[in-house]
Design a protein. Structure first.
Length: 84
């Protein structure tokens, strides 16, 4: 997904859980507040929030090894990058 604004709240929550990152730690990595992250994760559909905040969360998750998977007829998702 090339557009950071088109990830869903559920993808963020799933990615965070998959990577084993606490909300407080992800919020700190993305330089946002925990309540802001909670609102993003609770969003129905596209993650709510300022585009720069959503992009910061995405970058932090990608740095932790998360890959955001595009809609491919089966729905969008997340997975972890293979370990080297």
């Amino acid at each position: 997904m090339s557009d950071s604004n088109h990830i869903s709240g559920r993808q963020i929550a799933a990615a965070r859980a998959l990577a084993g990152i606490a909300q407080a730690d992800l919020a700190a990595s993305a330089s946002i507040s925990v309540p802001t992250l909670r609102r993003m994760e609770a969003s129905e559909g596209t993650a709510s929030g300022l585009p720069n905040n959503v992009a910061a969360v995405r970058r932090a998750l990608e740095s932790a090894g998360v890959i955001f998977v595009d809609e491919n007829g089966e729905g969008p998702g997340v997975r972890l990058r293979k370990s080297s």
